[in-house]
Design a protein around this ligand. Structure first.
Ligand code: C5P
Length: 225
């Protein structure tokens, strides 16, 4: 049976990662969370402290080793051999990641890594530019959206104790700001690929989303290459 690439793009909190993980599990595919990669680079920059630019920045990024490893508990993210899976979800990384991911040398390095990880096919990859830039020929492209209220409520429910001081309104504002930065950057902004199927997840359960995308994937898998 042929193996395909499933690209899932959309704004923050639209339910991409949970859906992508479950679709991958159903199909026996590998789930690749590209947001985690940009978060790892952001953490490296925050830990470096001093601002870096120009050639130094290219050298700095080239010297970083971002890896996704798979454990029983799911995908783990490593930065230079250190497990940073929880650390990259903290508020300092979240508030800086859109700035860092807009830097062209960062994108070039991460896109190359993502293309290499999926070279055998059989992956579900979620992000912002997967169907447009990373895999413009992906066999199945999904663009997930949801109202800002639904996304903020979901993010609120997901957040750990570190961020419990935020209100739903604060979270909605942070999401809107991140969407605006991700959508307006010059290099590979968040945008729907022309051939992507739009799924609005506002009033839909995770189970229904997973069912629908898995069914679409099975149709594509059945088409001879
Ligand atoms: O998916 P997640 O919310 O973890 O992504 C964090 C950030 O990484 C996004 O807000 C965006 O700035 C960046 N990102 C990106 N391209 C991707 C995936 C994530 O620019 N393919």
């Amino acid at each position: 049976m042929r193996t395909i690439i499933i690209a899932i793009d959309g704004p923050a909190g639209s339910g991409k990662s949970t859906t992508a993980r479950l679709v991958a599990a159903r199909l026996g595919y590998t789930y690749i969370d590209t947001g985690a990669m940009y978060r790892a680079i952001t953490l490296a920059m925050l830990e470096h402290g001093a601002p870096i630019s120009g050639d130094m920045l290219a050298e700095f990024v080239a010297g970083l080793n971002v890896e996704l490893r798979y454990a029983e508990s799911g995908q783990r993210t490593y930065l230079n051999g250190r497990d940073v899976s929880e650390r990259i979800r903290h508020a300092d990384v979240t508030s800086d990641v859109s700035r860092v991911s807009a830097i062209p040398v960062v994108r070039t390095a991460m896109v190359a890594l993502q293309q290499q990880l999926a070279r055998q096919g059989g992956v579900v990859m979620d992000g912002r530019d997967i169907g447009t830039v990373v895999f413009p020929d992906a066999e199945l492209k999904i663009f997930m959206t949801a109202s800002i209220e639904a996304r903020a409520q979901r993010r609120m429910a997901e957040l750990g104790s570190e961020q419990n001081s935020f209100s739903v309104e604060d979270i909605a504002m942070q999401l809107a700001l991140r969407d605006e930065m991700d959508s307006s950057r010059d290099t590979s902004p968040l945008t729907k690929a022309d051939d992507a199927i739009v799924i609005d997840t506002s009033g839909v359960t995770i189970e229904e989303q997973v069912e629908r995308i898995t069914a679409l994937a099975r149709e594509r898998i059945a088409i001879p290459a």
